[in-house]
Design a protein around this ligand. Sequence first.
Ligand SMILES: NC(=O)CC[C@H](N)C(=O)O
Length: 526
Amino acid sequence: MSGGGLLVAGTTSDAGKSVVTAGICRWLVRQGVKVAPFKGQNMSLNSFVTREGAEIGRAQAMQAQAARVEPSALMNPVLLKPGSDRSSQVVLMGRPVGELSARGYHGGRQKTLFEPVVQCLEELRRTYDAVICEGAGSPAEINLRRTDIVNMGIARAARLPVLVVGDIDRGGVFAQFFGTTALLDAEDQKLVAGYLVNKFRGDVTLLEPGLEMLHGLTGRRTFGVLPYTHGLGIDEEDGLRVSLRGSVRESVVAPPVGEDVLRVAVCAVPLMSNFTDVDALAAEPGVVVRFVDRPEELTDADLVIVPGTRGTVRALEWLRARGLADALARRAADGRPVLGICGGYQLLGEHIDDEVESRAGAVTGLGLLPVRVRFAREKTLTRPSGQALGQPVEGYEIHHGVAEVLGGEPFLSDGHGHGLDGCRAGSVWGTHWHGSLESDGFRRAFLRVVAAAAGRRFVPAPDTSFAALREEQLDRLGDLIEEHADTDALLRLIEGGAPSGLPFIAPGAPALPGAPDAGTTPGAAQ
Ligand SMILES: NC(=O)CC[C@H](N)C(=O)O
């Protein structure tokens, strides 16, 4: 195969585009196809750092792993990181280029990003046999189509066939498939090859008449019906699938090894970034991870984690306002474990000087670690490695804040006694490194320290390999596609593009209010 491509669009957010894209990548690479993932523009606070030091969405890094290739900035040229409900940091080719309001972004900036996005995809298509692209939200966002760079905009520019994924679990999937198609203009519709039903529970024979009717209505076939599968929510784009009032959805089912479980409470701070850091804890038998936002929920926790955040000062204010700051201080005084990661580490320190992220200037931190933080314009984006508790640790850093450690013990060091990052003072630990808990030996050693401090007879399983668990998940995604999609038809689509003769479904895209043809011939193709 060469020059193959596909856009995996969705009828809604959370329809399963990311995991379907990953599953298609894993299936193709097993067939010997050299494949890469791509998403023109991603909005997420879960990001990753490539070996070249570029920041991209974690979902694309996960898909690259599914495709067994090294993640690169080309795979996610634009990353938007929300800093409030109305503005985002724009990361272009892995580097931040500014902070923009949604209005400013859609009003003009996005247009300027179209060319670079198209070029990145072209470069990937020259290097790989096939590129599986992921859309965002729904392609039928009629207010945004004109400036779109991630759904039909890119499909049209690159002549990609489009597969629309729908989540049947929430109901309404036929109307969604039909409506998504019918609200696109005629040229866009020519690329919409068909549908994929996701998260189906029950008897497929009951669904089949509906799929036939859908075919009759749209002239488009359904390429597969994927069953509802638990435990596949890996590296999500956003917080949608993490129940902030509940436990992590990825908890392992194996029973605890020791007599006690270990309870981990993760403070659900605003603008939480890389909450995926705690996935590795949830993968440990006997570790119970939940997100919390009330001080009384810290009482029975053996370990409290303050995770990363795109709003360090805002998170600090939130912790104070909710009474969590006092609860954290009491824990520290009682010698009970607290771990701060990135933004969570910064706010545990004594002082924050921030003219960059919050522009709040001088702010007093929680004072639980002897650390001072100054925000820099330059973003630190690295993939460090070192040691802690005598075990090798790998991580990645994504932050503007620069920490000056004034005391305590170094947390992560180079193995020769030189501190590399972070700080430990009594039972409080902090580091800028994300992903450190994925290092199996370190995670076990850290959990043993926590268990001892908490007086729990918890024993970490000797053999949990987070990397192996992740591989297993990616294989299961590949299996889902192989077993429940018409792979021959998918292959033809990826190789040959959308079939010709797909019918137009009225009314098509409406004209924008105020545009010259507004109010006339609603079905007119643009
Ligand atoms: N990833 C993070 O938690 C970032 C921390 C903080 N917002 C900074 O930029 O320094």
